[in-house]
Design a protein around this ligand. Structure first.
Ligand code: SF4
Length: 337
């Protein structure tokens, strides 16, 4: 993998990029060349106290200078709107606390179980439904990992382990290899699925050691990247996806439908086409999960259906993602229509 060279000329591997994120909103605004008055800035700081700002420099470099409505900036910049009252919204919109039998493990669906290997992400997306998730209480110790492995081994109805947010690729290759080797001996587990935004925001994360781990896996590896706008993708992403494909990894994408970011057929059509050209199949188009602090991203269901129908006229069926929502307590995602 060729290292990332930032606009400032700095060359970075993925670990350096991950340890050198933008966390100060003033710095992000300065890079984006957005002036802000002090009242607005006070609200931004308050929103940051609830959910920290974290942005990789390579992602910030893609924000259009001087454009306060840039679709990448809007996904990561804390805003006063996060502080507004939000009736109907909850800190645990998917009822995950009730499905958390062991720290680090969420079991909602019959054949799949979810493990939060990490409590951190490379990027904090302001719409994230886990923005209030109690990661501190779910920190994985060696004992918890053993408990999780035993839980999976004893539950033969499971056939898939999902590693998801915090971003599972934010942990070291050694931790990933260790966990996959524990799972390798469990015969009824046939698939391991990573849900991750890292290959989008720091594509250098797909390094040779990780590729070797994936290609040596007994179980089928699936990576579901999370991307919401075509401007997030570049030739570094293309290279990472090509390397994963060459190592037998299946690639899918999921997108959250977000107001003022991707709520038009042109952007979503371009995104599907762009993903396909990188070897990634569009999988889900999610309605927003109603998490406190994210009301301003919501698209009414009626409008979402209209957008989805427009996509069907623009794209071949295999490039139209399923329009879904998650409802707490249901045994699967729910197709919207
Ligand atoms: S879990 Fe996913 S959506 Fe949530 S902050 Fe992390 S990368 Fe963003």
């Amino acid at each position: 993998m060729i290292p990332y060279v930032s606009l400032s000329g700095q060359t970075n591997d993925w670990q350096s990029q991950l340890s050198n994120l933008i966390t100060d909103p003033k710095e992000l605004l300065a890079i984006a060349e957005i002036p802000t008055d002090s009242r607005e800035y006070h609200a931004i700081e308050q929103a940051c106290a609830d959910f920290q700002l974290r942005v990789p420099r390579a992602f910030a470099d893609k924000i259009e200078k001087g454009n306060a409505n840039d679709p990448l900036l809007l996904q990561v910049l804390p805003s006063a709107q996060e502080l507004l009252a939000s009736p109907g919204y909850s800190t645990d919109p998917l009822g995950e606390e009730a499905a958390n039998p062991i720290p680090g493990l969420i079991h909602k669906y019959e054949s799949r179980v979810l493990v939060t290997l990490s409590g951190q992400c490379a990027i904090n997306c302001r719409y994230c439904f886990r923005r209030h998730f109690p990661y501190a209480e779910n920190r994985l110790t060696r004992d918890h990992l053993q408990e999780i492995t035993a839980y999976v081994a004893n539950n033969t109805a499971l056939n898939e382990v999902i590693l998801s947010g915090g971003d599972p690729l934010s942990v070291s290759n050694t931790q990933i290899r260790r966990f996959l080797s524990e799972l390798a001996s469990i015969q009824h587990i046939t698939r391991i699925r990573f849900h991750t935004r890292l290959p989008v925001v720091i594509p250098e994360r797909i390094d040779q050691t990780l590729l070797d781990t994936f290609s040596n896996s007994r179980q089928k590896i699936i990576i579901v990247v999370h991307t919401n706008h075509p401007n997030e993708l570049d030739e570094r992403f293309d290279r990472a996806m090509a390397q994963l494909t060459n190592n037998r990894v299946t690639l899918l994408n999921q997108t959250v439908l977000l107001k003022n970011i991707n709520d038009n057929p042109e952007t979503l059509t371009k995104l599907s086409e762009r993903l396909f050209s990188a070897g990634v199949m569009p999988y889900y188009l999610h309605l927003l999960d109603k998490v406190v602090g994210a009301t301003h991203f919501e698209i009414p269901e009626h409008d979402a259906i209209g957008l989805h129908r427009a996509l069907q006229t623009q794209l071949p069926g295999f490039l139209v993602p399923k329009l879904v929502r998650e409802i707490a307590g249901k045994s699967s995602k729910t197709w919207v229509y």
